[in-house]
Each structure stands twice: as C-alpha cells, then as structure tokens.
Design a binder for this molecule. Structure first.
Ligand code: S3P
Length: 184
C-alpha cells in the first residue's frame, strides 16, 4: 500500500480557522497537483456537516470522517494535497492511517485569537464553533496533538501568499517540486 507511493501526499491540519482550505487550493494550483478537502468530501458523500452532527452526534460524525479519510487516502494519486477538518488529526486511528499511507503532516499553527476572529460567525457551518465559550479549552487541549505533526508552520499571518511560499519551500525540500529561483 503506502510503500508504493514515491511522491508525497501533503496533509494540512490545525484548528478551525487556521486557513487549511484556502492554502490547499493555493498549493494545489501552484504545484499543479490534485487536492481534497476532507470536509468537502464528507459533504459530497454524506451531506452537510451540521446535519451529520444533529443526526449522529459528534461520535457518529467522527466515524464518517474516519471512513472518508480512509477512502480518500486509498484513492488519491501522489503527489496531492489534502486538508483535514480541525478534529480529524485528534483521532488516534486517523493518525495511524496517515502514517500507514506515509502522508507528510503539516500543522498550520495559529494563535487562538486569530482562529477565533475567523470562525466567530461560522457557528451555523461549524457545530463546534456554536459555543464560543468552549473554544479556548478545545484549542488548548488540541494543540499538543497537532504538534505531533511532522512539520509546523507559523500560520498567524493574514497573508496567504506568504504562507504559500513557506509551504512551497517545504514541498521543494520534500521533493514534490523541482527547486526554482522563486521557491528557494
Ligand atoms: C471540526 C472542524 C471542521 C469540521 C467539523 C469539526 C473540528 O472543519 O470538520 O465541523 O472538530 O474542529 P474546519 O477545521 O475546516 O472548520
């Protein structure tokens, strides 16, 4: 399975509002490789995320998320870029899957205040952001696990192009793209 994949799969992870979705779009365009946003894949196969939380609770949503991750990892060609939802990397079985498929995991590290600013009005789309008073605890509990990713990028800046440059540099180091003057 995973040993057959010579070119890397770059996986962006981090808290809600870290910029994962924006950055996989920029990165996939820059690298000319396919992308999957795991949340979008879940919606396409199973329906809207708030509805899944309502029908199945968070544990049911996590099962669906795990199945979708497994399917995505099995199907995605390499190289490719993948964005996880903010809770996916928290599940040990998802981390094991990513390891099995030799994914390169990249934590987009944003300060709590930045994430909060970006998600404060999105409670309708993000069930876990509906109760803002719980968010700091959630953020603090999650950060040590996000730090288990292989790479960390300081993503506090509001300039996505700057972050894209950082990610492309990393992609060059990992051999996803040939080094160019622009990226070094
Ligand atoms: C979640 C984050 C969401 C989505 C779901 C649960 C989480 O994705 O997967 O609402 O547990 O942090 P984003 O991080 O893309 O908002």
């Amino acid at each position: 399975m995973s040993n057959e994949h010579a070119a890397p799969l770059l996986v962006l992870l981090g808290f809600m509002g870290a910029g994962k979705t924006t950055l996989i779009h920029l990165l996939s365009k820059h690298l000319g490789c396919p992308l999957v946003d795991l949340d979008d894949a879940i919606v396409a196969h199973h329906g809207p995320i708030p509805e899944l939380f309502r029908q199945h609770g968070e544990p049911g949503f996590r099962q669906i998320e795990h199945q979708q991750l497994e399917q995505t990892l099995a199907e995605l060609p390499r190289p490719a870029v993948l964005a996880l939802g903010g809770g996916a990397f928290l599940q040990a079985e998802n981390r094991a899957l990513l390891e099995r498929y030799q994914a390169v995991t990249i934590f987009l590290d944003v300060p709590f205040e930045v994430a909060m600013e970006r998600i404060r009005d999105t409670g309708a789309e993000r069930p876990l952001a509906a109760d803002l008073s719980r968010l700091r605890d959630l953020y603090e509990a999650r950060c040590p696990i996000y730090l288990q990713a292989q790479h960390r990028i300081d993503a506090g800046t509001s300039d996505p192009e700057h972050l894209l440059t950082e990610l492309v540099r990393l992609a060059v180091r990992l051999g996803v793209v040939a080094a160019t003057r622009d990226t070094l």
